[in-house]
Ligand binder design. Structure first.
Ligand SMILES: [Zn+2]
Length: 263
């Protein structure tokens, strides 16, 4: 119980850190300095107004001084990551695997937030994650961890993931003369390939493309977007990555049942 509460509080504070990264990384601001301020009045937010979830509820997501309204999404992200940390702790205990999975989920949340707002994926996350993926796989090969991909699988996964998306983007641009796939997505998929290997990375592209087309058509039909406005692909890749990481068996079972009906 006590350790569960610690895991939850840890998740909340990482959620708070993720919110800060989502604001500062795409603006190329330092993560360490200066302290958070109200974007309207410049009021330096004191520590007691910066307590994850609690401060947001007490202040009703407003600045203490000028009453500017902040987004409730900060509070939701913090609470969500608190729950994720708690579930990871109960599922895997305090282990390398639970911390590794929690880290991957946090990065996926961060990539989604930044890509939705700024339509970019910072290299710190994609290339940084790629290096971590290759390193973890290297350690897995060295110490024979059966639950992670080996170094060669990781390397092939990264090249296949990045290469495939780069090629699709290149072909799309050649045929249509429009940029279809940002390099950010290419680097993100290379990073995912380094963590899950070639077979899984191909399934990720399949799910993400399917979901992307489905939601794209939905948005077009409801006139939320115009036919030429690009939809960020990163969030779909992130969501598909998490499906493969935590629900691959269920996903494959659903496919086995559904695909014969569709054919
Ligand atoms: Zn203010």
């Amino acid at each position: 119980m006590f350790m569960g509460i610690i895991a939850f509080l840890f998740g909340l504070s990482i959620g708070s850190f993720i919110n800060m990264c989502a604001y500062r990384l795409p603006r190329n601001l330092s993560l360490a300095y200066p302290r958070s301020r109200c974007s309207r009045c410049g009021f330096v937010i004191p520590w007691y107004d910066n307590i994850p979830v609690l401060s947001c509820i007490i202040l009703l997501a407003k600045c203490r001084r000028c009453k500017a309204v902040f987004s409730w999404s900060h509070c939701v992200i913090e609470f969500l990551l608190g729950l994720v940390a708690l579930s990871m702790f109960y599922a895997e205990g305090l282990s390398f695997l639970s911390i590794y999975y929690f880290g991957l989920i946090s990065v996926m949340v961060l990539v989604t937030m930044i890509d939705l707002e700024f339509k970019i994926i910072p290299d710190e996350l994609s290339l940084g994650g790629l290096v971590i993926g290759l390193s973890v796989a290297g350690a897995s090969s060295l110490f024979h961890f059966s639950w992670l991909v080996s170094f060669s699988e990781s390397l092939v996964g990264a090249i296949a993931g990045g290469g495939l998306l780069w090629f699709v983007g290149y072909a799309y641009e050649k045929f249509t003369g429009r940029e279809g796939m940002g390099l950010g997505d290419v680097k993100l998929l290379a990073m995912m390939g380094a963590h899950v290997g070639i077979e899984n990375v191909l399934i990720i592209v399949f799910i993400a493309s399917f979901l992307g087309s489905l939601i794209g058509v939905g948005l077009l039909l409801t006139h939320r977007i115009k036919s030429k406005s690009p939809i960020p692909f990163g969030p779909f890749l992130c969501f598909s990555f998490l499906i493969i990481l935590f629900g691959k068996e269920t996903f494959l079972k659903v496919c086995k049942v559904c695909i014969p009906f569709l054919l």
